[in-house]
Design a protein around this ligand. Sequence first.
Ligand code: ANZ
Ligand code: ZN
Length: 828
Amino acid sequence: MAEKYRFAEIEKRYQERWEEAGCFSAGEGDDAPRYYVLEMFPYPSGRIHMGHVRNYTIGDVIARYKRMNGFNVLHPMGWDAFGMPAENAAIQRNTHPAEWTYGNIDYMREQLRQLGLSYDWSRELATCRPEYYRWEQLFFLEMLEKGLAYRKKSKVNWCERCQTVLANEQVEEGRCWRCDEEVVEQERDGWFFKITAYADELLDGLDRLTGWPEKVITMQRNWIGKSLGATVEFQVEGRDAAISIFTTRPDTLFGVTFMSLAPEHPLALELSTGTGQESAVREFVERWSRMPSRLRLIEGGKEKEGVFTGAYALHPLTGERIPIFVANFVLMEYGTGAVMAVPAHDQRDFEFARKYSVPVKVVVMPEGKELSPETMEEAWEGPGILVNSGEFDGLSSAEAKERITARLEELGKGEKTVTFRLKDWGISRQRYWGAPIPVIHCPSCGIVPVPREELPVVLPEDARLGEDGRSPLPELASFVEVRCPRCGGEARRETDTMDTFVESSWYFARYTCTDCDTAPLDRKRVDAWLPVDQYIGGVEHAILHLLYSRFFTRVLRDLGWLSVDEPFRNLLTQGMVLKDGSKMSKSKGNVVDPDEMIKRYGADTVRLFILFAAPPEKDLEWNDKGVEGAHRFLNRLWNMVMEDREQLSAAGKPAGELDRELAGLRRKTHQTIKKVTSEIEERLHFNTAISAIMELFNAAQSVRSSVPESSPGFWPVMREAVEAMLLLISPMAPHIAEELWSRLGNKELIAQAAWPVADEAVAQADEVTVVVQVNGKVRSQLSMPRDADKEEVERAALEDPKVKRHIEGKEVKKVIYVPGRLVNVVAK
Ligand code: ANZ
Ligand code: ZN
């Protein structure tokens, strides 16, 4: 009886060995080419889930594979440790966010160790530690000096009962997620990062990110939302006022039949005074300005509503009178907050015009169609030839855009304009568990930066959160009451903390030099490692995290801290882990706990299953049978090696002539090396790589049972096949591979072994497929060397088990051989 596969023992043993040997520490003075592989770091919520396991296993295979290929690999791990859940947990459990967070980190670190992930733990970081966020505070001060951080009023979601600002995700159907109070929009001072200053660069950079999924590029492009168009001034009739609008369709200027202002537009109320429309406008403005724009977008999408101001604008080219409305679908935050409405060519304007009986005027005639304002049922938004547009008639819409804009510029009534949908990044949070923003408010000096030598502004870890969840900082005298660094007078410390997205915007750079305590980044090391060669994480971070990281990298470049433009060269967005067709989640109660699976089957089985069940970018359906299948395969591999351990260990390298089946196995071995290498290297398709290894395993087993051990070269060929399997599977199931590798007498760790290289000549041995018929019926196929002679082929055909079955008890009368193609056995 062979020894049992005792995974728990084996896994623990190698986790310790790797650590002792320092296998996974990235070298600095190393000449080997560098490779930086990174998985999105986790929020320390308490336990890891299968989504983490998948993410980190994928990264680990790449890290191990690259190491075996001679790269000096950086593969770090850390904790995105600030954020709301810690505050909630602290209130519920009557503990402190820090205590809860650090406890979770310790637990989760142990879980990651048990998975056998090859991290360089010496570089671990937690963003909630002053050693980390002190540098973020320094960046903030440097950005403040450059005007890249600034303070302004903006609209926020405010809960009156909790006295706090809510993030969009904390507003559920217009109500506070915590107390259910109706959320109101409020103007409030807050800190912003000027990401819009980099809008063009962030957009252009997308074209060079050839290693990113197309869908992520598209999402980023849409988020930045660059629009080319014109700003046009419309004089208000009888007043010294003008309305400035942004349009992407200056070609439709002659089709304007009304104007629309956002409810918050400064002119909305003013224009209605004395027109008899004042009270109607006031009522409308009050009703719609109260609604958060997020909701208004949805409501305005359903039903367009507006009210006439009683005032008119004058067309900049024709001087025509144009009625001015206030409308619910115009947003104050976009463009200028005012629109020139062209109902014939804009669907929203069309619906509005029909509802309020405003005329429709066609100015762009589509090819092969005749639009009529009376019978149109929807706007024509496409291109065409200009009509009803005076001297511009007959131009294409593209030409007309240029020409009309040029004319407006000549007259000083408009200009070419680029608008972005992207807004500056609001980073203020009225939260406790975050990095303090390092400024002081002085009644006489205004905003005063905390002097650099006083950094970090440490988050007081003795503060207790109130039951209402409000930050204790504003009431914490020891934190808030300070002297102004400039005038020495009494002042107050800023109590807002930074959005936790700030921490995750530069952690990948800090990993290159976590030991550096004199500067945020050690330029030499950051430049040596960045950009990250392969970044892996969930598609839910496709927009904000990745965009903020790309922005921050450029800011750090411009502040002189590093040299690259882009942080991540290649991006893999892995699919979700599903159970019964839906995402694993606590609320659905369909969670499979990694700990339990590891206990039952071992980390290698869990890793193998997760890699085998789907290609990494696709969703993965959890399947208990599949896990058992993966476990069975590892057991079979174990038994196969253990049963023949002695002969395998004693065998040398294959040499000399081999019989057909052994030559076939050798060929399969080398073909498998090629296949697995290209699946990992070119496509990151670990599932097909594993299938190929399984096929090689089956081929080896079949040779083992059908070829006599005494055949020349038997054990060397078997050993070559088995060792290739172990090397190839080692990035995926590293512990069992180590154990079997050592049982074969190898002294070095497989984690430090070289990746196998296929012998092309063996892999491509020249073979032909010969069909074997018995009495004219196809019974089998043979794979034969192309130069095999007639006797060899005939003998192989007659010995083939399937052929044997059909000639049993008969006499072979004749064998016909068509060289390289067919053998027909005539038997009676
Ligand atoms: C006249 C016009 C005629 C327009 C036409 C469109 C079609 P994008 O492409 O998203 O940038 N617009 C401008 N500011 C707005 C605001 N604050 N709220 C709502 N709508 C606004 O969209 C730009 C177009 O959206 C602009 O071009 C404007 O309508 C509208 F046949 O101007 B257009
Ligand atoms: Zn002062």
